[in-house]
Design a protein around this ligand. Structure first.
Ligand code: SME
Length: 185
């Protein structure tokens, strides 16, 4: 084998090794959020145990999210009252109290009855800025059967903080939360 061929062969081998390492790192990174959300489901169930006061449970739920999820500067609820969303229990800076249906990220998620992930709030038309530190946001609707109860809203100072894994984890958490409540008005 000429020295040149040997050099080429070893360069090829190096590239393959690099790719394998990269794939392994990516796989372990992808596990982090599902594991965190699975642990949050367990913690939420423990917080809800033996308590059925909706406001008290929503308050503890928002505190759990705010203190457990990295890079979150606001976590809380808006509840549907008539044609408006009204501020509920939350953690973070004081926020706007009333959001009309269809306005802001919360109002759009409530009207469309679907989770909305906003990687950059400054690019979302009509975004309602409650905290200047917020750069990305996720809003998850809450349902009692088919009926919309309101939304769970999380803000982050990081651009692109929330992804499909957050959407999945948060949807599971709100389902657990609502399923636990009795006699919702
Ligand atoms: N940004 C939201 C308003 C609520 S705050 O983020 C707490 C919106 O556009 O609906």
């Amino acid at each position: 084998m000429s020295p040149q061929t040997a050099k080429k062969k070893s360069a090829k081998k190096k590239t393959v090794t690099k790719k394998t390492t990269k794939r392994r790192v990516a796989a372990s990174t992808n596990d982090v959020k599902p594991k965190l959300y699975a642990s949050l489901v367990v913690q939420l169930l423990s917080l809800l145990k033996d308590e059925h006061d909706f406001v008290a449970n929503a308050a503890n739920f928002s505190a759990l999210l705010f203190n457990s999820l990295p890079n979150v500067n606001w976590a809380g609820f808006y509840f549907l009252k008539g044609e408006e969303l009204v501020l509920g229990p939350f953690q973070g800076n004081p926020a706007c109290v009333r959001i009309p249906m269809g306005q802001g990220v919360c109002g759009v998620a409530a009207r469309q009855l679907e989770t909305i992930i906003v990687p950059n709030v400054h690019e979302f038309p009509g975004h309602i800025a409650c905290d200047v530190a917020s750069n990305s946001e996720i809003v998850v609707p809450l349902f009692d059967g088919e009926r919309l109860l309101g939304v769970l809203d999380l803000d982050s100072p990081l651009i692109g903080r929330f992804d499909d894994q957050d959407a999945e984890g948060l949807n599971e958490l709100v389902t657990v939360f609502v399923a636990h409540e009795e006699g919702l008005e």
